[in-house]
Ligand binder design. Sequence first.
Ligand code: 13P
Length: 264
Amino acid sequence: MGRKLVVGNWKMNLLQKEAKELSCAIVDLIGKNYDNCEVVLVPPYTALREVGNCISGSNIDLGAQNVFGKSRGAYTGEISAPMLVDAGCKWVIIGHSERRHLLGETDEQIRKKISLSISYGLKVILCVGETETQREEAVSGSKDISTKKRDIFSPIKTQIENALGAFDEQGLLDIVIAYEPVWAIGTGKNATSLEIAEIHQCIRELLVEMFPDSGNNVRILYGGSVKTGNISDIMSVDEVDGVLVGGASLSVDSFFKIVKLIGS
Ligand code: 13P
């Protein structure tokens, strides 16, 4: 298993000047020699260059929030894996719930994006997670606990199988899974340690079933309302290998505290 990983997903926030200020402040605080955990900043495309310049020479890596499933051509408004590599990205987030649910991204598109990204040497953060309705339906009715657990995991299982089913063990080396329950994203309502532990264990078991040799080595992150106030609880869960942070990554104070707590 690699080091713990902290990813700051800035989503559609920050102009270039603001992105420069935030990333340079993060570099100042974390320092060039900080390597207790791996840190990735994921700004909007327009700020990739500014952030890339600020983190140059530090241990922080650059990531992008999305990619298209073709390497070039007439796809107005899209961005390709080689373009991201060219812009200095080492990582790309794929299948974020905001893209799945607000922009209609399908499992098939996600599979293509992963495949192409890996072929260009990008490391992939594959996001999966159930909606509030899916969880409510799964726990409703008079079922036993193990059936409820199986039903809660069912949509996540489908997302992982559809995204990764076609890959071999080698392909898995460049993939990190982020469990982000949709109902916890941007709501201030994080999943409890028990809920996180249950899903992370199910993800681990599924990965080992699908990839007996490398399934145990894939890092599994948690995301959804991660804050300074809940990071210790979240990281106390054995199967959590790091976090994907949205809102709290936009403030240097909170992001730094999260990084410090994870790396300590
Ligand atoms: P918040 O931390 O703002 O809930 O966002 C989580 C997320 O979607 C990270 O990708």
